[in-house]
Design a binder for this molecule. Structure first.
Ligand SMILES: Nc1ncnc2c1ncn2[C@@H]1O[C@H](COP(=O)(O)OP(=O)(O)O)[C@@H](O)[C@H]1O
Ligand SMILES: [Mg+2]
Length: 440
């Protein structure tokens, strides 16, 4: 009998209303890990993450002297199980389980962990960790005897083919909040951390391309969008500073502007899905792929959000409409995109304030009041979308800030990311990289 059919048999032996979590662990979760390719010496129950115990942890034994069951260190995958009586399809129990697997994956004994699973034998979802980011790798799937084998194949395929890049789209459908500025400075900062970065200028205005001074080669992004037979490597250029490569860039070309017309977009195969396919061959070549989009929720931005694992949303505390628009991205555009993608993504990272002046404290208080209103008005705005450090008993409403700093603005005229013009600016963006992305 194959592991998958053994798993199906075990699954069928669990009562549909099973209230005991242990039964789900033993009859479903352990056989599931076996079907995913881990043997019994590679699976450990009740693993201490450093932030509570997770039900199961697993890691391949490559060194015969280092058997995971006996010395449970450096797990690769964590699994948090619930009983069938817990509703993991949606609602607050599901959200709590997501927070739980996220905090385990980020806990100190799990630095090596790349994958997390939450399941109650009715639903299952795979989560991926990249640096500090934990994001869905599959939709939250309904399990049945009929589909369990294909679920296992899908999960196993993802787990065995961990992709190197995290794809980040920087987006708010409010202009002038610092989308382009964030992409260019974050890209340069990640380079200083030894990361290999690709930026995609998916704004027909080409502010990013302009401020990097890079020009497109013979084959352009527009041609590549229209013709899937073109090898995407042909449109990748390199931004260099004094001869040193800093990051790669897919620059905007003038013809991209024609795609602001919906009739022209009709000539792009797969429309707003095309960009995701276009960058797919590059996902194992970079640590980060950063996408810059224009403001309006039209072809370019829809494509950028569709292509991304996570969305980073800049706002300005003194601009009420940038907060309302951030809420719209979170409640409307991202869920809409996730529904059409059906693989769980993309998700929003907590929004941040860009351009905070030293006199902004009062403005920030007003912004926080506005955020509180948004959270109460819109069920799908989770307060963690704005206040990631907010916990029961510790109502920490801090939001990450990038200060308003003249060098940030003037640097673009010199074709140099501001982080390379001024030590202070580099420190600001290093703290952004640490807050969101890099696990140091
Ligand atoms: N933190 C900051 N301090 C000073 N100027 C900034 C800052 N962030 C952005 N700017 C400036 O604000 C303007 C709008 O930023 P930009 O990145 O072009 O916004 P978007 O891409 O969202 O339209 C630009 O002139 C930029 O240089
Ligand atoms: Mg811009």
């Amino acid at each position: 009998m194959t592991e998958a059919s053994y798993l199906r048999e075990k699954l069928e032996s669990i009562s549909p209303t099973e209230r005991v979590e242990r039964i789900v662990v033993q009859r479903f979760a352990v056989p599931l890990l076996q079907a995913l390719g881990f043997d019994e010496l590679e699976i450990r129950e009740e693993f201490e993450t450093g932030c509570g115990q997770v039900d199961l942890a697993a890691r391949k034994n490559v060194d015969p002297e280092d058997i995971f069951l006996r010395s449970p260190k450096n797990p690769y995958l964590l699994l948090e199980a619930k009983s069938r009586a817990v509703n993991l399809r949606e609602g607050s129990c599901y959200r709590d389980a997501v927070c739980q697997i996220e905090s385990y994956l980020l806990a100190k004994n799990c630095k090596s962990a790349k994958w997390g699973i939450i399941t109650n034998a009715n639903n299952i979802q795979l989560w991926r960790k990249h640096g500090k980011v934990v994001h869905p790798a599959t939709a939250n799937l309904d399990i049945s005897s009929d589909n369990i084998e294909s679920i296992v194949r899908n999960l196993r395929d993802k787990i065995e083919n961990y992709e190197r890049a995290l794809t980040v789209c920087v987006y708010n459908n409010k202009g002038g909040v610092g989308k382009t500025t964030t992409v260019i400075n974050l890209a340069a900062t990640l380079k200083t951390k030894g990361k290999k970065v690709l930026v995609v200028d998916f704004d027909s205005q080409g502010d990013l391309t302009g401020s990097s001074g890079v020009t497109p080669g013979k084959i352009t992004l527009t041609q590549c969008l229209k013709d899937p037979k073109i090898d995407v490597h042909a449109i990748v250029q390199t931004y260099r500073l004094r001869g040193i490569p800093i990051f790669d860039i897919i620059p905007r070309d003038p013809e991209l502007e024609t795609l602001t017309d919906s009739r022209a977009v009709a000539y792009i195969p797969k429309g707003t899905r095309r960009l995701r396919d276009l960058i797919a061959p590059l996902r194992n070549e970079y640590d980060y792929i950063l996408i810059d989009c224009p403001t309006q929720w039209l072809y370019f931005s829809q494509s950028g959000v569709f292509a991304a694992d996570v969305i980073l949303i800049p706002t300005r505390p003194d601009d009420l409409s940038s907060l309302n628009n951030a809420a719209r991205v979170i409640t409307q555009f991202i869920p809409e995109t996730a529904r059409s993608r059906q693989d769980g993504g993309p998700i929003a990272l907590p929004a941040f304030f860009n351009g905070v002046s030293s006199r902004s404290e009062h403005t920030i208080q007003l912004a926080n009041k506005e955020i509180w209103k948004l959270i109460n008005q819109e069920k799908s705005v989770d307060l963690l979308h704005f206040w990631p450090h907010f916990k029961k008993g510790n109502e920490n409403k801090s939001i990450f800030r990038i200060p308003d700093y003249a060098v940030i603005s003037s640097a673009k005229f010199e074709r140099v990311p501001a982080v390379f013009r001024h030590r202070k600016v580099l420190e600001y963006y290093q703290s952004l990289a640490r807050e969101y992305f890099i696990d140091e």
